[in-house]
Design a protein around this ligand. Structure first.
Ligand code: NAD
Length: 236
């Protein structure tokens, strides 16, 4: 299967990479569906919401402060580096990610559609003026309107950034190959994107179970290991 997918990639004139939290677990950042609740036994999906920002800011802030802190130790892994090298070699038209950690850019990818924003940059929750990360980490308020600060992340209940979404949607539709890596495909609307693909559709994930209808190939394994194997064929 690796060889077949590698040959699709070799002959593709437009390849889209769509990544999720599983792309970053090998960099030490947990996904949201790991077996045990990793933070105060609270499901992160109940904190990363507009309701929590408006109604429980202390918990909301603590959650993101911990995530930002954890990110400071995290480095891109071999899989991220391979995707960056594919972009440099002209093998990738677009990396679109649900991840908010900025690891694709840190690995060297220049063209990344951040479908869920990022936690690397901060803005005022009201007037939207940008602020430094250290402001947020020090529990400061907006220096213009004294309102709460927040990361530029898309919370559950918010719309996706229009430009990133439109570009991804269009590029997926016209792609020869779409590689979907490390996502459970449970989060709407990103989970609709694979259905828009007209080219070859490939799913690379630790678990290959539900949500994989319509895929042409499924490769079970870690993102890092599978990308290393694909890269070995592409570099021959
Ligand atoms: P998810 O947690 O729902 O699913 C992750 C999937 O990746 C699972 O199916 C899991 O089996 C698989 N996986 C885990 N480790 C893997 C590995 N090493 N190689 C291959 N597959 C692996 O994540 P999602 O589908 O991206 O949706 C969760 C939401 O949470 C998204 O909105 C995302 O923005 C956010 N999130 C982001 C990060 C991040 O930025 N790193 C981390 C956690 C959650």
């Amino acid at each position: 299967m690796i060889e077949t997918v590698a040959s699709w990639l070799q002959h593709s004139t437009s390849t889209v990479i769509l990544t999720g939290a599983g792309m970053s677990t090998e960099s030490g950042i947990p996904d949201f569906r790991s077996k045990a609740g990793w933070w105060k036994s609270v499901d992160p999906r109940t904190v990363a919401t507009v309701e929590s920002l408006a109604g429980n800011y202390a918990l909301f802030r603590e959650f993101y402060q911990l995530r930002i802190e954890a990110l400071e130790q995290a480095k891109p892994h071999k899989g991220h580096e391979i995707l960056a090298s594919w972009e440099q070699r002209g093998l990738v038209a677009l990396v679109a990610t649900q991840n908010v950690d900025g690891l694709h850019q840190l690995a060297g990818n220049k063209d990344v559609a951040e479908l869920h924003g990022n936690i690397v940059t901060i803005r005022c929750a009201k007037c939207r003026k940008p602020h430094s990360k250290s402001h947020f980490m020090e529990n400061a308020v907006c220096t213009y309107c004294m309102h709460h600060l927040r990361p530029n992340v898309v919370l559950f209940g918010e719309a996706l950034p229009q430009e990133a979404w439109n570009r991804t949607f269009n590029t997926v539709q016209s792609a020869d190959v779409v590689l979907v890596i490390g996502t459970s495909l449970e989060v709407y609307p990103v989970n609709q994107l694979p259905k828009m693909a007209k080219g070859k559709l490939v799913y690379i994930n630790l678990e290959v179970g539900t949500h994989t209808q319509g895929f042409d190939a499924m490769i079970q394994g870690t993102a890092g290991a599978v990308l290393v194997q694909l890269d070995a064929f592409l570099s021959r």
